[in-house]
Design a protein around this ligand. Structure first.
Ligand SMILES: [Zn+2]
Length: 155
């Protein structure tokens, strides 16, 4: 494991401990599969990769751990309004991310949008409220679509 993976693993173990949950071999399988994801992934993609690493990892394990991983801040949920829910690893950067989604193939591009976080805070502060969640999604045509007039649907 790379160092940052080790740190993530430790912070997840601490998070589980704080909830009175145990660190199981299956959870470790899910986390290892997680580190192999690049970009956005679905629960099914994660399940498949986890089972390739450890065939004792069940669908239930993956579906039970995803909300825990989101709550612990290791990953975030990316809802682009389709039936498939996407997830992405949270990097070290705390900068607010906005998504640009291809309206044809649903490919997701993350862009840093610190101004949006500022906007949410400023608007809420005027009302004396705290921001809990905010999102910005832009729908556009991806580079493949622009170039070829079509792009392969991913979900
Ligand atoms: Zn596209």
């Amino acid at each position: 494991m790379k160092l940052c993976d080790k740190e993530t693993w430790e912070s997840f173990s601490d998070f589980l401990a704080s909830k009175g949950l145990r660190v199981t071999g299956q959870r470790k399988g899910v986390l290892e599969a997680l580190f192999r994801q690049s970009g956005h992934f679905t629960a099914d993609q994660l399940l498949q990769d986890a089972q390739n690493l450890d065939d004792t990892v069940s669908r239930a394990t993956v579906y039970r751990n995803l909300p825990l991983l989101v709550e612990s801040g290791i990953i975030r949920k990316v809802d682009i309004g389709t039936d498939n829910k996407f997830y992405a690893l949270n990097g070290r950067s705390d900068t607010f991310k906005a998504q640009v989604v291809c309206s044809n193939c649903n490919k997701i591009f993350d862009i840093e949008a610190p101004f949006l976080e500022w906007y949410g805070k400023t608007v809420s502060e005027k009302l004396g409220l705290d921001v809990k969640d905010q999102r910005l999604q832009v729908h556009a045509e991806c580079p493949d679509f622009k170039k070829n007039g079509s792009c392969k649907k991913t979900s």
